[in-house]
Design a protein around this ligand. Structure first.
Ligand code: PLP
Length: 279
């Protein structure tokens, strides 16, 4: 069965979903996106994901008439057409197609693209083993709270980590940890306090992050949303990253510092809680 994707109201074979050269997403990265996990016929945390999409659209002033049901129905139909029971949906909305001008006028039809993919396999063994990360200067703009298409700084930094034989990177701005290239960062200190950066304009407020905070509180763990520096990161008892598709990845090495030789206890519990939550 061929892969079916969505473009502006039509479900088409993936390779036939063609966007014009003058699309603002292509020319300027002028658009926003969202990635949502799908399992057992339902989108995981669909309301907060779609609310964040509306927030991103609002922040970049892309006008639209979409409502929540539109995206929920689109997702269900696309998973059905691809015969996928679990996976993730990628939704992208650009400002639309117009002559190449430097400002961002309203009144154009946004371009809507959606694709679904099977889940990347991140096994229990990989989780237990953990990943290695470098810390790297946060070279992104000051509004990464918007899930915009401009991912070049994250892509280059992720590649830099791979070139150095590490799995990923954690951004640092003004001496404080912001987030991963495509994930939020948590640490667990010696007193089992779960700490993650407060949601300001220098991180994307992850939906998985928020859910993990909620699950940690349900376990009566102390949670602090605050800034922390590289020293606190490298001295933590546990470090982990959260994101919708990879859920919770334990970090066992930061730069040349070994955090632990396998995933920590709190990381394990919170990952299990999350897996139970999604069913
Ligand atoms: N931070 C960044 C920069 C991301 O790109 C992502 C996900 O892609 C996240 C955090 C995690 O967000 P979520 O948990 O909503 O997937």
């Amino acid at each position: 069965m061929s892969r079916i994707s969505y473009l502006n109201g039509k479900f088409l074979p993936h390779d036939d979903c063609l966007v014009p050269i003058d699309d603002r997403g292509l020319q300027f990265g002028d658009g926003v996106y969202e990635v949502i996990l799908f399992k057992n016929n339902k989108l995981i945390d669909s309301n907060p994901h779609i609310e964040r999409l509306f927030r991103s659209l609002n922040e970049v002033k892309i006008s639209h008439n979409f409502d929540k049901e539109f995206f929920q129905n689109l997702a269900k139909e696309l998973f059905q057409k691809n015969n996928l029971k679990k996976g993730s949906i990628y939704l992208q909305i650009s400002r639309g197609v117009m002559n190449r001008i430097q400002n961002c006028p309203t009144g154009f039809e946004p371009t809507v693209v959606a694709t679904v993919s099977p889940l990347k396999n991140f096994s229990q063994e990989e989780f237990e083993e953990g990943i290695s990360v470098i810390t790297s200067d946060d070279i992104r703009w000051h509004r990464v709270d918007i899930k915009s298409l401009n991912l070049l700084p994250a892509v280059l930094t992720n590649q830099k980590a791979k070139d150095l034989n590490f799995n990923d990177a954690i951004f640092v701005r003004d001496g404080f940890v912001t987030e991963g290239t495509f994930a939020n960062v948590f640490i667990v200190d010696k007193n089992d306090t779960v700490i993650t950066r407060n949601a300001d304009n220098f991180i994307l407020q992850g939906i998985t992050r928020n859910r993990i905070i909620d699950l940690a509180k349900k376990r009566n763990l102390k949670v602090e949303e605050r800034k922390f520096g590289v020293e606190e990161l490298t001295n933590a008892k546990e470090v982990f990253l959260t994101s919708s598709t990879l859920i919770l990845r334990s970090v066992t090495k930061v730069n040349d510092k070994i955090i632990s030789n396998k995933a920590g206890e709190i990381s394990k519990l919170l990952r299990e809680d999350y897996l139970n939550f999604i069913g």
